[in-house]
Design a protein around this ligand. Structure first.
Ligand code: FAD
Length: 329
């Protein structure tokens, strides 16, 4: 267990500072400053190593959270990185993007703010990258079997990496011009800079995964052809169908789906020429919907120079802190 009295000594959550709003809306770089290792160790030391670690269950990947909290508290970052990668191919993505159901499940949250699990996660992988511990892990022998993965979002990439490491010959097909799915064209750089994606793609290439961008299965190659050419096919095509709002005025000029807007913005930030790009510059913007996608549109509109941004969400305004009437994780 990390520090047995850690949760008694340190009762506050500490996170790295965010770059000031007036500064960060001038560029597309990430919002958070780099973390401080002493703060991180203190936070990792707050983990109680619960007999029933609800955080394991909260995490869809089953991340071994108390184990790597303990290792980080002991200063054993390399072992922490190995335990983290045991359940998670891409902690640099989840450590930045995941809504952290592990933290909502943290038992410490009953009477204290939860352990900063997501921050520990991203710090482990940042240190692993900085120290060169994230290396290609090519298979020792090939099985002779071939697999096509259709879709290059996080699901397709994780499947492809596991299958390649198991010795299969894997090709990832992506209809967009670049690999990455919503990591590339949905999520803006201020939440996750694309260099993190590029680094993993290089690792995967070095392990032997092949990437085929600009190929739509069902159009450029039929599903039957794919099935004939490969021993197995993994479908990881995501869900790109937006939910429309069929109300009067929906068809007016200037009303767009989030993913029309965000894809173009991501392309422009990547340096592409985007003719007639939808831009919020000099406009008053209303974002309908208050989830991750809405938040990305808000941040994008501010960085493009919107005159004002108003967010409309159907739910009640959530409290800033966990309410007293809802103490259980
Ligand atoms: C704007 C936005 C912000 C988000 N922010 C967050 C966040 O902060 N945190 C979080 O946890 N989740 C977030 N999400 C959700 C998260 O991005 C998705 O859950 C995740 O990307 C799903 O991964 P996936 O691999 O299943 O699909 P996707 O990422 O959608 O990838 C599927 C890929 O398959 C390709 N494809 C589809 N059909 C074919 C075909 N026939 N041939 C070839 N290729 C094909 C698509 O072009 C796409 O690139 C966000 C989503 C959006 C839209």
């Amino acid at each position: 267990m990390a520090d047995p009295k850690g949760f008694l000594k340190v009762t506050e959550r500490e996170l790295p500072p965010r770059r000031p709003v007036p500064v960060r809306i001038l560029d597309w770089k990430e919002v958070y400053e780099p973390g401080d290792s002493a703060v991180l160790r203190r936070q990792a030391g707050r983990c109680m190593d619960c007999g029933v670690p609800f955080c394991h269950k909260g995490c869809p990947l089953g991340n071994l959270i108390p184990e790597w909290n303990d290792l980080m508290w002991r200063g054993q970052a390399r072992s922490a990185s190995e335990r983290l990668h045991a359940t998670n191919n891409f902690p640099e993505f989840t450590g930045r993007l995941c809504p952290a159901p592990c933290e909502s499940s943290c038992v410490l949250g009953i009477n204290q703010p939860a352990v900063t699990i997501k921050q520990v996660e991203v710090s482990i992988i940042e240190e692993a990258f900085a120290r060169g511990w994230v290396e290609p892990e090519p298979p020792e022998r090939l099985t002779g079997k071939t697999v096509a993965v259709v879709g290059s979002g996080p699901a397709g990439l994780a499947a492809a990496q596991q299958l390649t490491r198991a010795g299969h010959t894997v090709a990832v097909f992506e209809r967009d011009d670049r690999i990455g799915g919503l990591l590339r064209y949905g999520i803006p750089d201020f939440k996750m800079e694309k260099r993190h994606l590029e680094y993993r793609l290089r690792q995967m290439q070095d392990e032997g995964t092949r990437f085929r961008a600009g190929v739509e299965i069902g159009r450029d190659i039929t599903w039957d052809q794919l099935r004939e050419r490969y021993d197995a096919v993994v479908i990881a095509t995501g869900a790109t169908v937006p939910r429309d709002l069929p109300i009067p005025g929906r068809d007016l000029a200037g009303v767009h789906f989030a993913m029309e807007y965000l894809v173009e913005s991501n392309k422009a930030v990547a340096g592409d020429q985007v003719p007639h790009q939808i831009s919020a510059a000099g406009k008053h913007v209303v974002v309908i919907g208050g989830g991750d996608t809405g938040a990305d549109c808000i941040g994008t509109a501010h960085r493009q120079g919107a005159l004002s941004v108003t967010n409309l969400a159907i739910g009640k305004q959530p409290p800033a802190e966990r309410p007293d009437t809802h103490p259980w994780p």
